[in-house]
Ligand binder design. Sequence first.
Ligand code: GLA
Length: 415
Amino acid sequence: MDPAAAAADLFRRTFGAEPRHIAIAPGRVNLIGEHTDYSLLPVLPFAIDRATAVAIGPSDGPSVRAVSDAFPSPAHFPLDAVPATLAEPWHRYLAAARSALADRLPAEGACLAIASDLPAASGLSSSSALTVALLLAFDALWSLRLSRDDLVGLAAHAERLAGAETGGMDQRVIAFARPAHLLRIDFLPPAMTHLAVPGAWAFVVASSGQPAPKGGTARAAYNERVVATRIAAALLADLLGVDPLEAPVLGAIAAIDAAPLLVDELPARISARNAAAAAGIPLEPLVTLSAGAFDPDLPLPVRAFARHVLSEAERVDLACAAVTAGDLAALGELMAASHASLRDDYRCSTPALDALAKAMTNAGAAGARLTGAGFGGFAIAVCERGRERPVIDAAVAAAGGPAFTVTPSAGARLA
Ligand code: GLA
């Protein structure tokens, strides 16, 4: 059963009524441009044909009641006060979506039923899909008249409330994707470009067999990279004679020709505290994260991280040109280079992801790489249409699956 039908069915069984609306938000894969978004450098993701659906209707009182097909405990809390402890991780996203709407809440509550065919903790953005679907459902039920930009901003805010420090890619592609297109997202200045996918290309995604949870050690590793890239930006700005406080992100200086050349002059490792002192700036903009404070004395490998981010941004430009030219071999090479850079410089791959990308390439994919934050999760491969089967089989043999084709699909919508 597709997620929209499953959510409607669950709603009827749980609440004994027809849902008023069904909101659908797809997952996403990132084709290339990994760990660039929080440096305000471009990404090239697409929405996939797997989604989370939220069926919604009014409730008798001012409370939120929700059930999910994937998790046993229902959520039930008053509309005006979210309890401090919530039983399951998805309750946090629900509470956060409701909190993000704090100044727009009506008096009336809501009943929700959630169904999804997106694997969780996979790097396919199941949590952003859930958050966007929840907001879209609340928007429909309560006539909030949210624009797509509102939806993106509120979803990002909600995810930060739920504790995940992320860049701006996931919510934006989930909100704005079009069928059969990739979405190039630029952040500085903001822009979106829909790129048609050549009809002869196919995409396969495969699990590495290791989960990629957004919490715990993966969150700490992600935050280290957020801070390290800010440090690199501040030090490079200082070397370039640009005010490091203008914007301590690599995107603010990447266009300066000399910037990539100066990366080798960055220290191999430096802490935020020492970097702030060296650049003559306050520590705070380097280490302030919405998900909490960062240890300012932890030495971070800023040179290798900056090398990845700046080279990856260039690969996004080249990948867009390859897509436009229909050059599958060129795209494949860029994906292989991206994976190598994530493995060697950004250090967010795992042996299982390396083996998986290699197995898919050996089985005939033009290129393969980890997708999403890494530290586990999924890899993506691109191949000629009709050649998907051996790539899927090789992925399952290498890492145990699941592995399946994904099709560039529409963004979030009401059923
Ligand atoms: C996670 C984040 C994104 C992005 C990727 C890495 O998926 O949610 O914003 O930073 O990691 O490219």
